[in-house]
Design a protein around this ligand. Structure first.
Ligand SMILES: Nc1ncnc2c1ncn2[C@@H]1O[C@H](COP(=O)(O)OP(=O)(O)OP(=O)(O)O)[C@@H](O)[C@H]1O
Ligand SMILES: [Mg+2]
Length: 253
C-alpha cells in the first residue's frame, strides 16, 4: 500500500512505520520502503541514520534490493531506507516497474511504501493495491486528500483516508465531515499524542512504547483491517495459492 498525501507533515511516515510495526509484531513479514526522495525519514525515525544506499539506488539498478534492505533490530521489520542526500532520484518508467516486480517477488506479506508529499510519485500506480491518504481534520487538508483520491480513482487505485492528529476540538472537522469532504471512508482516526514526537526523538516507533496509548489502539484497529483481509484470502479455497497482492487487486474498483 502507498501511504500518501499531497500535503507535507501530516503524519505519513508516522502512520507507515507504526502500521508496519503492528503488522510485524503479529508475525507477518513486512517491508517498509522509503520512497521519499526529498526528506526520507523512515530510517531516521527508526534509528538507522547512516545509510549509504536505499530505494533509489535499487530502482536505478545500482544495488540489489536484498542487499539494500536492512532488518530492523528492535521490531524485526525489513526496511528499504531512503538515503539522505539522494537528490539524484531519476529513474525510467521501466526501472520503476522492475523495482516493484523485484520487491513483490521477495515474498513479503505486506509492503508499505512511504511517499513524499505530492501526487504522482513514484508514478506507476498500477503497482499498488491501495492508497492510504493521510489527512488532518481541517478543510484544506481534506480538500487536498479529495484531489488525490479523485486522481487515483481515475487510475483505478482504491483509496482510504486516515484522519490524523485528532484532538476533539470544536474547530476540527468531525469524522463525518472528513468523509464527506474527502469522499472517502475514514479507515482510522488517530489522536494527537505528544508521545509520537517523543518516540521519534528516541528513534523507536511509538507502537513499541505502550499498546494502551490511544494512538496505538487506533493503529491496532487499522492493522486489524489488513490482517483480516489476509486471513480471508488464506481461507478462500479457490485462491489459496494467491498472495496478498493479488487478493487486494481483486478487491479493487
Ligand atoms: N498523531 C500525532 N500526534 C502528535 N504528533 C504527531 C502525530 N502524527 C504525526 N505527528 C508529528 O508530526 C510531525 C510530522 O510527522 P511525519 O514525519 O510522520 O509526517 P509526514 O507526512 O511523513 O511528513 P513529510 O511530508 O515531510 O514526509 C512529526 O514531528 C510527528 O511526530
Ligand atoms: Mg514523511
Amino acid at each position: 500500500m502507498r501511504v500518501c498525501s499531497t500535503k507535507g507533515g501530516v503524519g505519513k511516515t508516522t502512520v507507515a512505520i507504526n502500521l508496519a510495526t503492528s503488522l510485524q509484531l503479529r508475525g507477518y513479514n513486512v517491508l517498509i520502503v522509503d520512497a521519499d526522495s526529498i526528506n526520507p525519514c523512515v530510517g531516521l525515525y527508526m534509528g538507522l541514520q547512516d545509510v549509504n544506499v536505499g530505494t533509489f539506488e535499487v530502482m536505478r539498478g545500482k544495488i540489489d534490493a536484498r542487499r539494500a534492505i536492512i532488518p530492523h533490530p528492535v521490531t524485526g521489520l525489513h526496511i528499504l531506507p531512503g538515503r539522505t542526500g539522494s537528490e539524484d532520484a531519476k529513474y525510467t518508467k521501466a526501472q520503476v516497474s522492475q523495482f516493484f516486480k523485484t520487491i513483490v517477488a521477495l515474498g513479503y506479506d505486506f509492503i508499505i511504501i512511504d511517499t513524499q508529499p505530492g501526487i504522482m510519485f513514484p508514478d506507476n500506480l498500477d503497482a499498488y493495491d491501495e492508497g492510504l491518504i493521510v489527512t488532518l481534520p481541517f478543510e484544506a487538508s481534506c480538500l487536498s486528500a479529495l484531489k488525490m483520491s479523485q486522481l487515483y480513482s481515475k487510475k483505478n487505485l482504491k483509496t482510504n483516508v486516515v484522519a490524523n492528529r485528532i484532538r476533539g476540538k470544536r474547530y476540527e472537522l468531525s469524522l463525518r465531515e472528513i468523509e464527506e469532504l474527502t469522499e472517502n471512508h475514514v479507515i482510522a482516526s488517530l489522536p494527537e499524542d505528544e508521545k509520537v514526537d517523543v518516540s521519534i526523538a528516541e528513534h523507536i516507533p511509538i507502537y513499541l512504547y505502550d499498546k494502551k496509548v490511544r494512538f496505538n489502539k487506533a493503529i491496532t484497529n487499522l492493522a486489524d483491517v489488513y490482517t483480516s483481509r489476509v486471513a480471508l484470502d488464506r481461507e478462500a479455497p479457490t485462491h489459496k495459492d494467491r498472495g496478498f497482492f493479488s487478493w487486494f487487486r481483486r478487491d479493487r474498483g
